[in-house]
Structures are given as structure tokens and as C-alpha cells.
Design a protein around this ligand. Structure first.
Ligand code: F7E
Length: 320
């Protein structure tokens, strides 16, 4: 049985990837960070057949012990300080977790499990406001990040490429554009909007406060994107890949559609609050995923609409 180690196993992607890898016949191991609310520690994976260990990417001793014990065949590095807005409040922590800790992981893996393949969760946030003339971002697009988060991910991206080339390793970057689901944290805009719509509908709150409504994102579903991660790791050679839907919509478009689904007009409820604006805004994302569609025959199964419908249904059942 092949062994997979997932850092960030209790996150949105970590939990969907665990389910997917178990179905593919993997023994799944994961690193859990200590959480002060014990119930939240493993909330997304508690019913899954996975082995977990307390650890932290930035704690090299815990990482050393876990790698030595598990001896993984594949490592999916999904752990990160993943909130772009908050990375402005926690810039040092962001770089320690998203860049330096990745270097630690690469160094330790090279020594302890030299045959292990590594997947690095790279991000469309690395492009910042660079857009090619045809309106897409692709592997050749200049990386020009506009947040501490984006900068930290560029460093990790380059480290993975460096270790791959210097030591002839099967290390890959998946540059994933935004991906959502009912398991998304509710301080990311999609789940914040959906959860609030349901609370408005159920008369629990009256308004929804948001920041920039005009930035555009290429939103897919996390379930489709973890399938892409698996395909990337099972391709014949280690490469970098873009995963995206190739469609872009504004936060306003998202609100308009989601409110309408429950019979409301977003204009009656959404108000802007400067608190949610960022020092610099990434204005527009649309990824060219032709490489993965062609070479790995990947394509998303969810549409923008079916993803939102699933999220609404989830919160309708959850919030009573
Ligand atoms: O913001 C705007 C905000 O926080 C999306 C992470 O997974 O994807 C994600 O990063 C947009 C931005 O995601 C609110 O200004 C307006 O333009 O949902 P988000 P993100 O920053 O795009 C990339 C690919 C990653 O790698 C990241 O890890 O929505 N926005 N009002 C708001 N955003 C938030 N969070 N909250 C608001 O109230």
C-alpha cells in the first residue's frame, strides 16, 4: 500500500484529497496543528480512515520525526497561512510558514525519504496583477505578487523548481486558481457570502459587509482540484501545472447569482466596509489550464452554478 503524507490535512483541500487518495488505495497520513478548540482540531477529517500526527511545518523537529516514522511515497504540501488579506497582518509568520518551512520540508525529505515525490500547493496569487494580452495567466506569465502571501508562495514555487532540477527529484508545483466548496473557511469571500445569505434568509442577520466587489476571480471546486493534484503526481515527469476553470467573475457577479438563487437582490443587503479592503488588490484572475486539460485529460466537473448551489444547500441544512 502506498503511503501519502498530507500537510494541512484538516483544511478544505486536505480533507477532499484524503477522501480521494483513500479511494485510490493509499494509506493516508496527515499533520495536524494543535488547535485551542479541541473540536476544531480535526473537524473536516474526523470520520476518515487517516492517521494523524501533531506537528507544524515550521517546527522542524516535528517534521523530522513524522517523515522518519511515516516514510511516505508521496507528500502533498497543502499546509499554509492561506488567507491573503490576513497575510498583511501576519507577514513574518506567513513567510516562515509558506516559504522557509517549505525549504525545511524539501531539505528533510531529501535526507529522510529521498525517493518521495512532492506536490507543492502553489497559487494564482503569485501572478499579482500580471495579465497576458489575451486576458489569461499561464506558466510563462510574469509573477508580480501583490501580497505577503503571494510573495511567500513565489519563493516556495522557486524552491521546488530548484530542488527538482538540482537533485533530480519528482517535485511539482500545481498553480491552483481559487477553489471553493462547503468546506471552505468562512472568512474567504465565497463561503462568507453564502453563509451570510442563508443567515439573512433565516432572519439571523440583516446585512453583509464586504470589501472590494469589483475584483474578479477564476473560481473552481476543491473536489475537482484535488483530482488534478493526483493526476499531476502520477504523470510520467515532474512538471508545473495551472489548474483553473478558464472563466472569471467579479465578487459582485458572485453575490448577484447567489442572492438570486434564494429569491433576494444583493443590492438590498450588501454594504461595503473598508475594513475588508487590502493595501493592494489583485484585480483579475483567469487561468489558462490548456496544458493539464490536454496532457492529463483533466477538466472540472462542477460549474460555477452547481458549486454555489451545493454551498447554499450545505449551509441551509447546517444553520437551523
Ligand atoms: O478573496 C475580495 C478580496 O479571500 C477573493 C486563497 O485560497 O485564492 C484565495 O485567495 C476576493 C478578493 O480569496 C471580501 O479582496 C471582498 O479580491 O476569498 P478571498 P483570495 O484572496 O483570492 C488564492 C488562489 C489562494 O491561493 C489563497 O490561499 O474577494 N473580497 N470582500 C473579500 N475577501 C474576503 N476574504 N472577505 C471579504 O469580506
Amino acid at each position: 500500500m502506498k503511503k501519502a503524507l498530507i500537510t494541512g490535512i484538516n483544511g478544505q483541500d486536505g480533507s477532499y484529497l484524503s477522501e480521494y487518495l483513500i479511494k485510490q488505495g493509499y494509506q493516508v497520513h496527515g499533520i495536524l496543528r494543535r488547535h485551542s478548540v479541541a473540536e476544531n482540531q480535526d473537524v473536516r477529517i474526523k470520520d476518515m480512515d487517516v492517521k494523524t500526527y501533531y506537528g507544524d511545518l515550521s517546527d522542524e523537529i516535528s517534521l523530522f520525526k513524522i517523515l522518519r516514522k511515516v516514510q511516505p511515497d508521496v507528500i502533498y504540501n497543502l499546509a499554509a497561512m492561506s488567507h491573503v488579506g490576513i497575510s498583511n497582518e501576519l507577514p513574518i509568520f506567513t513567510v516562515k510558514t509558506n516559504s522557509l518551512a517549505v525549504m525545511q520540508l524539501l531539505e528533510l525529505a531529501k535526507e529522510i525519504c529521498p525517493e518521495a515525490k512532492i506536490y507543492q500547493a502553489s497559487s494564482s496569487e503569485m501572478f499579482g496583477n500580471s495579465i497576458d494580452n489575451d486576458g489569461f495567466q499561464r506558466l510563462s506569465t510574469t509573477m508580480n505578487p501583490v501580497s505577503p502571501y503571494g510573495c511567500s508562495k513565489v519563493m516556495a514555487y522557486n524552491l521546488v523548481r530548484y530542488y527538482r532540477n538540482a537533485y533530480n527529484k519528482f517535485y511539482c508545483n500545481g498553480i491552483l486558481f481559487n477553489h471553493e466548496s462547503p468546506r471552505r473557511g468562512s472568512n474567504f469571500v465565497t463561503n462568507k457570502v453564502i453563509k451570510s445569505i442563508v443567515m439573512i434568509k433565516k432572519n439571523i442577520i440583516k446585512k453583509l459587509e464586504l470589501g472590494n466587489l469589483d475584483s474578479k476571480r477564476d473560481w473552481g471546486h476543491s473536489k475537482d482540484y484535488v483530482r488534478a493534484m493526483y493526476l499531476i503526481m502520477n504523470y510520467k515527469s515532474p512538471e508545473d501545472w495551472i489548474v483553473s476553470t478558464e472563466e472569471t467573475r467579479s465578487i459582485r457577479d458572485f453575490c448577484r447569482y447567489a442572492f438570486k438563487l434564494v429569491g433576494l437582490n444583493y443590492k438590498d443587503y450588501v454594504i461595503q466596509n473598508k475594513k475588508f479592503l487590502r493595501p493592494l488588490e489583485l484585480k483579475y484572475l483567469k487561468g489558462d489550464s490548456s496544458k493539464i486539460r490536454k496532457k492529463l485529460k483533466w477538466k472540472p466537473q462542477y460549474t460555477f452554478e452547481s458549486m454555489i448551489e451545493e454551498m447554499i444547500e450545505y449551509w441551509m441544512n447546517k444553520i437551523q
